[in-house]
Design a protein around this ligand. Structure first.
Ligand SMILES: [Zn+2]
Length: 184
């Protein structure tokens, strides 16, 4: 079973990720949690609800050598594209796989590894949405992540797709109408 959870910033991906992996833990399955080393903001996997699980930190899924029944990978977009080969291999071995991450970056470009995973056709693809940080529409229709500098100006390019919001930039969840591709 391969479950993929995607969505913009602030859409509750980590909470959904934990919700999808908890039943395996309750069933006493051997659950291995993976956390990309590029995410320097957090150590374990933590949802904004405050739930946290311990995870091993890797630069690539090829470093994983522990046995497991279930593998949970958070922030998949921070891992290299060819790590998709490992996911395919584990799926052939009938492992349970739960993955979450951003699907598109702040420029609305799809992360290469996420494209590869979509091409593998997950058994379940959960697309999360957020409340738009600009119009706050009740329909919770934000599917995009906009990057801003600390003065509130749009950042439309020039920075890496996986720039961490550790103080130099800020991310907002935005709906299609509020997401901007140029300064107005
Ligand atoms: Zn909006």
């Amino acid at each position: 079973m391969f479950t993929l959870i995607t969505g913009p910033m602030k859409s509750g991906k980590s909470a959904e990720f934990l919700a999808q992996t908890q039943p395996f833990e309750h069933a006493n399955k051997d659950v291995l949690f993976i956390h990309p080393d590029k995410n320097t903001r957090e150590e374990g996997i933590k949802s904004r609800l405050g739930i946290e699980v311990a995870a091993i930190t890797v630069g690539s899924l090829k470093e994983v050598n522990q046995p497991f029944d279930v593998i949970g990978v958070d922030e998949i977009h921070m891992l290299p594209e060819d790590d998709a080969d490992m996911i395919e291999q584990w799926r052939r071995q009938e492992k349970h796989i739960v993955i979450s991450g951003l699907d598109i970056d702040y420029r609305r470009q799809m992360f290469p590894i996420v494209r590869r995973l979509l091409e593998l056709k997950p058994d379940k693809h959960i697309e999360m949405t957020a409340f738009c940080d600009v119009c706050h529409d009740d329909s919770r229709n934000a599917q995009f992540t906009q990057m801003l500098d600390l003065n509130g100006n749009l950042v439309l390019g020039g920075l890496d797709s996986i720039t961490i919001d550790d103080g130099g930039v800020e991310y907002q969840a935005r709906c299609f109408d509020c997401y901007k591709t140029e300064e107005e």
